[in-house]
Design a protein around this ligand. Structure first.
Ligand SMILES: C[S@@+](CC[C@H](N)C(=O)[O-])C[C@H]1O[C@@H](n2cnc3c(N)ncnc32)[C@H](O)[C@@H]1O
Length: 270
């Protein structure tokens, strides 16, 4: 069981994500749990204030470290205490995979100017969901919940389904199609309708490489490319130097075509 505890001033923002179909069902089946904790419950102030003005002046309010600490102390031991902040480590699929191995994750969702800097000493890591600033940490927490929960065994019906997902495979996902077979002049690629599983797998891998090269070439470095991938990338115009920089293995040697020797008298031999 993986428990997510969210410390927040707006638990009602996270409640729909915690009860959403797949996560709700996983909770019913005892695979996940979500614990929404109101930070105000740990105020020592009769007005339930949790923030104060910043030392040194300036706009906005800062959430007090003592409130954060009391809220954290009220929880069972956690594997990770995570502060959501634009200044954190970028949240990636690799981080999601790492967090999915844990049993109890605690998240501190900021508001206003965020938490007092001394809160950093209470956490095991800081995560950012991107280079932009939102009003609060709840949307960031929902992103992490969605990304981590689906990686837990049993949460998603087919465990194979996230193997090919963007980033899990090291590449962006290949394009998918469903009915109708033709829409406004755009036809579903013939190979996907031919029933040849090997050809489908090869086409999908080539498409994933093509998309990644066009949209996120930075991912190709360390993507676990195979010699066949290298050959496909060379065909897509990538140079041998680029492949080397991405640490890609050399393409497989081209198959030698056995030519029949033609004798002067016109007879053939192997
Ligand atoms: C208005 S922001 C505070 C921004 C802070 N003054 C700064 O510039 O880093 C309030 C809260 O939203 C959350 N937040 C905003 N953007 C975020 C992001 N990109 N990733 C994670 N959390 C974010 C954090 O919890 C933060 O404490």
């Amino acid at each position: 069981m993986l428990t997510f505890s969210f410390l927040t001033l707006f638990p009602e923002l996270l409640a729909p994500f915690a009860g959403e179909a797949i996560i709700g069902k996983a909770r019913e089946r005892g695979l996940l749990d979500v614990n929404l904790v109101q930070l105000r419950d740990f105020s020592d102030n009769k007005h339930l204030k949790v923030d104060d003005t910043p030392y040194g002046g300036g706009a906005g309010m800062v959430i007090r470290v003592d409130v954060a600490e009391r809220a954290l102390m009220s929880l069972p031991p956690a594997d990770e205490v995570i502060l959501l902040t634009p200044a954190g480590q970028p949240f990636t699929q690799t981080v999601a995979e790492e967090l999915a191995q844990k049993n109890h994750l605690v998240f501190l969702c900021g508001r206003y100017e965020g938490f007092d800097a001394r809160t950093e000493h209470l956490v095991t890591r800081e995560l950012s969901i991107g280079d932009f600033v939102m009003m609060g940490g709840e949307a960031a927490a929902a992103c992490v919940l969605e990304a981590v929960a689906r990686l837990r065994p049993g949460v998603i019906g087919d465990p194979e389904s996230h193997r090919a997902d963007s980033f899990s495979s090291g590449l962006l996902d290949y394009p998918e199609y469903t009915r109708p077979p033709e829409w406004r002049g755009q036809r579903v690629p013939e190979v996907l309708r031919g029933g040849n599983h090997g050809a489908v797998a090869a086409w999908r891998r080539e498409q994933a490489l093509r998309r990644t090269l066009a949209r996120r070439p930075d991912l190709l470095m360390g993507a676990g490319l195979t010699p066949q991938d290298s050959a496909a990338l060379l065909n897509l115009g990538v140079t041998a130097e680029q492949l080397q920089a991405w640490d890609a293995p050399p393409p497989p040697p081209a198959k030698r075509v056995k030519r029949k020797k033609i004798r002067i008298d016109g007879s053939q031999s192997e």
